[in-house]
Write a protein that binds this ligand. Structure first.
Ligand SMILES: [Zn+2]
Length: 476
């Protein structure tokens, strides 16, 4: 039936406030144009690149609901407030549809408000129907996928835009659902649009979204930079929703991890899998922080490989006198002689990187309080290069840690020159110290880190732990 509706456009209709149109309603041809689409019997199919469904009406404020399925890597987008039909100019806002696995297809995933509030977290998967909702109320834009809020953006007065994106602003305009690549098919089972009153009150942006740090983060979004705090913890009663709200205001995604190891809450496969199940639907990366050196004996590769990425540091190890040290606890750390300590530390970092199948080395170059003031002297070029070589040879990304402000900019520049991938990470200790990646922003600027220098998780089936396995005994 829907095939017959193609090309019946005459004059532009006006949607009355409160009107809801659906795909199977008799008025469908009055409100929507179909170009290059097919029909499966139950859904409109966008099989070809640039096939699209375009509204014949222009709208300011609205609630848009779509039920969509992607097949075989199909990607597309929903444009709104685009002032002219059939143009490719970046005008109005674009919501991404892309359920490809990580490192496949485009990095931005479903629900991303493209180049304004980028989303890199997979929120849906190919072959499964998902609900996409876009709400525009005055200067507020919300994007929800399967009832999880992915993007929330309040456009300030006179929003700052980089050249080329000046027209990515709210106005009024058409809605276009378009397929953007050659792969697979986008199927649409339902489109509902409810116009809202054109004169709703403006919302006040959070001051954090437009101060100096906020504008630096906004700019990275506009450059397509994967701004992700890969090292968040639900500590001090912090909830996933609170972490995500902080990320939505600030303009970045989160990776959340439990601490997994000896004497930690997650200490075996069953507690690890239970944690994962509780987080699976959340719009965050699911990470595992591997603790101590004993973790390799506590979990199986199949349980570990469920996670988007895993990471560890070299802050817990046993020294030459058999003392198990935790470097951040002054009562548990022993620096008998600083050069000897540094050699042991670099050796332990190398042992971890060569033996443990981790994706990211976090809290890197951390020194205990007793010698922290001597960081620049003790981290000699030779020691830096040993760590960088171990990162490189084992394909491990280097965290730029926002809380400890490590590694040094000198170290980061050296790692960048060696082609090391980076993550940004906070490692919050409580519910009050999420910060806004200030040290990472400084490092990105001073070391010239580019979007392609940022680590993205390996796709499922390609996890290091599945390929490399776990060491048969602990490494330090
Ligand atoms: Zn941590």
């Amino acid at each position: 039936m829907l095939m017959m509706l193609v090309g019946l456009a005459t004059c532009s209709p006006v949607l009355r406030e409160g009107t809801v149109t659906t795909l199977d309603s008799q008025v469908i041809e009055k409100y929507w144009n179909f170009e290059g689409t097919g029909f499966t019997g139950t859904a409109v199919a966008l099989d070809k690149v640039n096939s699209k469904i375009t509204s014949k009406f222009s709208v300011r404020n609205f609630v848009l609901n779509m039920r969509i399925k992607t097949i075989a890597g199909a990607e597309g987008f929903v444009l709104f407030h685009t002032p002219a039909q059939g143009t490719n100019i970046m005008q109005g806002y674009k919501v991404v549809i892309n359920n490809n696995d990580y490192r496949k297809g485009s990095p931005q995933k479903t629900g991303s408000l493209s180049l304004i509030r980028n989303n890199f977290v997979r929120t849906a998967s190919d072959d499964n129907w998902f609900d996409l909702q876009v709400i525009v109320r005055s200067n507020l834009i919300k994007v929800t996928v399967n009832n999880k809020l992915v993007t929330e953006y309040i456009e300030p007065l006179n929003p700052k835009r980089i050249p080329g994106l000046e027209k990515v602003i709210l106005s009024e305009g058409f809605i276009i659902l378009q397929k953007s690549n050659n792969n697979g098919s986008i199927q649409v089972q339902e489109i509902k649009i409810e116009p809202l009153s054109a004169d709703l009150l403006r919302e006040t942006p959070d001051p954090l979204s437009i101060d100096e740090t906020g504008e630096a983060l906004n700019r990275l979004n506009q450059l397509g930079f994967p701004v992700i705090d890969y090292h968040g913890h639900l500590k001090g009663g912090l909830t996933v929703e609170q972490v995500c709200a902080h990320g939505r205001i600030s303009g970045y995604n989160y990776g959340i991890s439990p601490n997994c190891g000896l004497n930690f809450p997650v200490t075996n496969d069953s507690s690890l899998v239970a944690y994962f199940a509780g987080m699976e639907a959340e719009p965050v990366f699911k990470a595992m922080q591997c603790e101590g050196r004993e973790w390799v004996t506590l979990f199986s590769p199949s349980a570990i490989s469920k996670f988007d990425y895993i990471f560890t540091d070299a802050m817990t190890w046993t020294d030459h006198k058999g003392r198990r040290m935790r470097l951040w606890m002054s009562g548990e750390t022993f620096v008998d002689e600083e050069q000897q300590f540094m050699e042991m530390l670099v050796g332990k970092i190398e042992a971890v990187l060569y033996n443990e199948p981790v994706d990211v080395h976090v809290n890197p170059t951390y020194l205990p309080a007793a010698i922290a003031a001597e960081y620049d002297r003790l981290w000699t070029p030779e020691r830096m290069d040993r760590v960088i070589k171990a990162l490189k040879e084992n394909d491990v990304a280097l965290e730029i840690n926002a809380r400890f402000k490590i590694p040094s900019i000198v170290f980061i520049k050296r790692a960048k020159a060696a082609g090391i991938k980076f993550t940004l990470g906070t490692n919050n200790a409580d519910n009050t110290d999420l910060n806004r990646l200030e040290y990472c922003l400084k490092a990105i600027g001073e070391a010239g880190i580019k979007p392609e220098d940022i680590f993205l998780p390996r796709p499922s089936g390609d996890k290091k732990v599945l390929k490399k396995g776990l060491p048969s005994k602990i490494t330090g």
